[in-house]
Design a protein around this ligand. Structure first.
Ligand code: CMC
Length: 375
């Protein structure tokens, strides 16, 4: 038999079709249900994009009003979820907290095991509505602040920021946050989405798939990179330090978080849109030092390695300027990507095949257990 073709990391392997998003690395383009993501970010709110990912079409005015009403009705932090969060030490990583909170939320849903498309869509929308309160409350409790109940007169992003900080920031900050939510929402068969599809393929429930996806997103090679970028900025300190710092980092063959991508090799389609959102924040908060460090590291890293920034590179400093604690960055990614994950869960369930690859055994040859007399 010919030697099996092993694709470590599943690099280049096509495992299924999807109608949710299309990534074209040759043109650096990303389409959600056919729409370029930068056009959605320029003209639509995150609620409309979430609706698009689930329903396949943008909502009309009546559909959007009904969807928004449902989202607003599901925003409050559930008492049992709050109790579960309170049981966790404030030293727990916020990704561990949100993973646990989603698990408790799911276990409290009496319809958790109904995986019909209608039930899964209802659960997806409920989680989408509930996640901001979980993330916001966790940052507040770590700062010793009391919970802020949601406000029904605010859109998704304004309310998310309000529940986190106790006040509604300037509209341009809300807009930049909304852009980040739109850009993070969906990206085909990335590691966390694939994890969700693997779990769904066993006919497990939606909440189990989302909890698994959160675990996959936590790692710094995936969503954890936005947090890691901020640590990098702190480590480097200022633009003047970039060259000597990079000399050392490249000599040590360090992986620089926020750069590189499995699919895009000549630039991440989402970076220009997020970078311009970051630029508005830099101007608003008057932080030319952040701009200088951002530009110096990006320019020099690309020149020396040919490896381009990914979405986490501009979103990390953007969330920092908005006032989020660094470990809260990846839970913000969760609040957004839950839309893409659940769209994929529903798609996987509708045309399911158990995902179960093969491996080549390279352990010791077959051997036999020594016979011990008397047993
Ligand atoms: N810093 C330094 N070297 C890098 C980097 C980087 N960020 N990215 C790739 N390389 C090098 C890598 O060392 C390897 O070199 P060599 O061939 O000499 O061993 C070469 O480029 C190919 O990299 P790879 O890791 O084999 O390629 P991959 O397709 O498996 O990597 C990646 C994709 C995202 C894991 C990788 O680029 C990386 O680790 N980046 C840093 C983490 C990061 O920013 N992740 C966020 C990804 S995008 C958004 C998201 O999911 O949140």
């Amino acid at each position: 038999a010919p030697a099996p073709d092993i694709r470590k990391g599943l690099t280049g392997v096509v495992v299924d079709t999807t109608a949710i998003s299309k990534v074209n690395p040759d043109t650096n383009s990303l389409l959600y249900r056919g729409y370029p993501v930068q056009e959605l970010a320029a003209a639509k709110r995150f609620e409309e994009v979430a609706y698009l990912l689930w329903h396949g079409e943008l909502p009309d005015a009546a559909q959007l009003a009904a969807f928004r009403a449902g989202e607003r009705a599901g925003r409050a932090l559930q008492p049992n979820v709050r109790t579960a969060i309170d049981l966790l030490p404030t030293t727990a990583h916020p990704m561990d907290v949100v993973r646990t909170a989603v698990s408790v939320f799911g276990a409290s849903d009496p319809t958790a095991d109904d995986s019909s498309p209608e039930a899964n869509l209802a659960k997806a929308k409920a989680l989408f509505a509930a996640l901001p309160a979980m993330v916001a409350y966790d940052q507040r409790r770590r700062r010793g602040q009391v919970v802020v109940p949601p406000r029904d007169d605010l859109g998704y992003s304004a309310n998310f920021l309000y529940m986190t900080f106790g006040e509604v920031p300037d509209q341009l900050v809300v807009d930049a946050f909304d852009v980040s939510m739109i850009l993070y929402a969906e990206h085909s068969f990335n590691a966390s989405t694939f994890t969700a599809r693997v779990i769904t393929s066993t006919l497990s429930d939606l909440y189990s798939a989302v909890v698994g996806a959160i675990g996959a997103l936590k790692g710094p090679l995936h969503g954890g990179a936005n947090e890691a970028v901020m640590h990098l900025f702190e480590e480097i300190g200022s633009a003047e330090n970039v060259t000597p710092w990079l000399d050392g980092a490249l000599a040590e063959r360090r992986k620089i978080m926020g750069f590189g991508h499995r699919v895009y090799k000549s630039g991440d389609s989402r970076v220009p849109t997020m970078k311009s959102a970051l630029d508005t924040l830099i101007a608003h908060y008057d932080r030319p030092d952040v701009a200088a460090l951002y530009d110096a590291l990006a320019t020099e890293f690309v020149a020396r390695t040919g490896i381009h920034p990914n979405l986490d590179y501009p979103s990390g400093p953007a969330y920092h300027l908005m006032g989020f604690d660094t470990p809260t960055f990846t839970p913000l990614f969760v609040a957004s990507r839950v839309t893409g994950w659940t769209a994929h869960i529903i798609e996987q369930a509708a045309a399911n095949a158990l995902i179960r690859p093969l491996s080549v055994y390279d352990g010791v040859e077959e051997r036999h257990v020594p016979v011990v007399v008397g047993r």
